[in-house]
Every structure is written in C-alpha cells, then in structure tokens.
Design a protein around this ligand. Structure first.
Ligand code: GTP
Ligand code: MG
Length: 212
C-alpha cells in the first residue's frame, strides 16, 4: 500500500503538445484530467498542486487546447487535457482538439488513471458517460470530481454525490466520487490520497495498456 506520500505542491510544468506525437517519450505514469469544457479540469489540477497558475484556466470554455504535462515526481505526471462538449468553436478546431484528446486516451501507454471532472450541478452528460464507460473498458481507475461544489450547500452536495454514485452503479466499474471545490479548497486531501495511491501502487510497467 501507500508507503510514501508525494508532495503535490512540487509539481512543475513539463511541456505542452498539440498531439501525442509531440509529447515526451511514452514512459512512466500519467494521470489525466478529462471532462467537459469549463468543468474545472485545470482549476482542479492547480488546486491539487496548491498552485494558482500551473495550468491555465479561464471562464471562457475551450481554454485548454493542448495536452499539458506536469511532473509531480520523476516519471509521475498529471496531464491537463482539452475539454469536450463545447459547442461554440469552429468544427475544424473541435475536430483537432478532440482528435488530440481521443488519441491521447487511446494510445498513451503511460496513462494509468483518469480524473473526470463534472460540474456538480450538471453531472453525467452523454460525453461524460461515454468516457466513464471507456475507462471501464480500458481497465483504468477513475476518480470523479464533482467540481464547483461551493455552488451548493453541504446537504445538496451530499445528495448530488449520492445520486451520481447511484447512477454510476449501473456502469459496473468502481469509482471514487468526491465533491470538490478549487475555489474553497474542498476535497483536496481526499483527491490527493487517491492519486497518491495510484501513483504508488500502479506500477509503471505492470498495468495494462490503455489501448489493450
Ligand atoms: N465557483 C467555482 N468556480 C470554479 C471552480 N473551479 C473552476 N471554476 C471556474 O470555472 C471556469 C472554468 O475553469 P477551468 O479550470 O478553466 O475549466 P476547464 O475544464 O479546464 O476548461 P477548458 O480548459 O476550457 O476545457 C473558470 O471560470 C473557473 O474560475 C470552483 O471550484 N468553484
Ligand atoms: Mg482547462
């Protein structure tokens, strides 16, 4: 089990790439943040790392257009991905980002786990369900962050998490679901514990390939 705690506050930027061919060699372990555009992927990654400006965030959906790699410790990276489901960009742009996203998810052998961000007020949209289904098929553990939970009261948060858990029980896989707020720093310790556990227990060369 976890015998060593990673210090997420030491995370630093490695590189940004428009597609997987421009990424560093496909080795080590990567945990990727995926989710709808504007759902809070970049903000959540920053909050987990205790840094405000690591990944770029914006109130305009479609901020993250590249695959961004951040190293927590040697050979252990977090990956900020472009979002999906944002209607207001040109078709050609959308195709480009979505191609980078799906190629990363399907081909990157270093991918060991996925963090799925969903706005706690609008969870489990079609594309979220698709990616959750895909993670089960690819045998990847998934951590669900119900983001922007500061927008709800404590009781409503619990109910939302319970409802998502109930709906996900139909999917079959096992998920950790955490109400999360980058703004109010809620859920950070719980999410770090999950990522730490993955980084420690999923061996770089022992886990199945994502495209298996
Ligand atoms: N209230 C609140 N707002 C948040 C929180 N996290 C993110 N936001 C806001 O949500 C918007 C989108 O955040 P991002 O982190 O850029 O979202 P993203 O999923 O990375 O978006 P793309 O890169 O465009 O796909 C920004 O205006 C953030 O300030 C949160 O915990 N609480
Ligand atoms: Mg982003």
């Amino acid at each position: 089990m976890t015998d060593q705690l990673l210090d997420f506050t030491r995370t630093h930027f490695v590189t940004s790439a428009p597609d997987i061919t421009k990424l560093p060699p496909d080795a080590g372990m990567e945990i990727a943040f995926a989710g709808r555009s504007n759902s809070g992927k970049s903000s959540s990654l920053n909050a987990l790392c205790g840094q405000n400006n690591l990944a770029k965030t914006s109130s305009t959906p479609g901020r993250t257009r590249l695959i961004n790699l951040f190293e927590v410790a040697p050979g252990r990276c977090l990956v900020d991905l472009p979002g999906y489901g944002y209607a207001k960009v040109s078709e050609s742009m959308k195709r480009e980002w979505q191609k980078a996203l799906s190629e990363y998810l399907q081909k990157r052998r270093a991918l060991r786990g996925i963090v799925i961000t969903m706005d706690i007020r609008h969870p489990l949209k079609d594309l979220d369900r698709m990616i959750i289904d895909w993670s089960i098929g690819a045998n990847l553990p998934a951590l669900i962050l119900l983001t922007k939970c500061d927008k709800l009261g404590v009781q409503a948060r619990r109910e939302a998490a319970k409802e998502v858990k109930l709906q996900l029980s139909e999917f079959g896989g096992s998920f950790t679901i955490i109400p999360f707020s980058a703004l109010r720093k809620i859920g950070i310790a719980e999410a770090r514990a999950v990522l730490n556990n993955w980084f420690q227990t999923l061996a770089p060369d022992a886990a199945p390939a994502a495209d298996a």
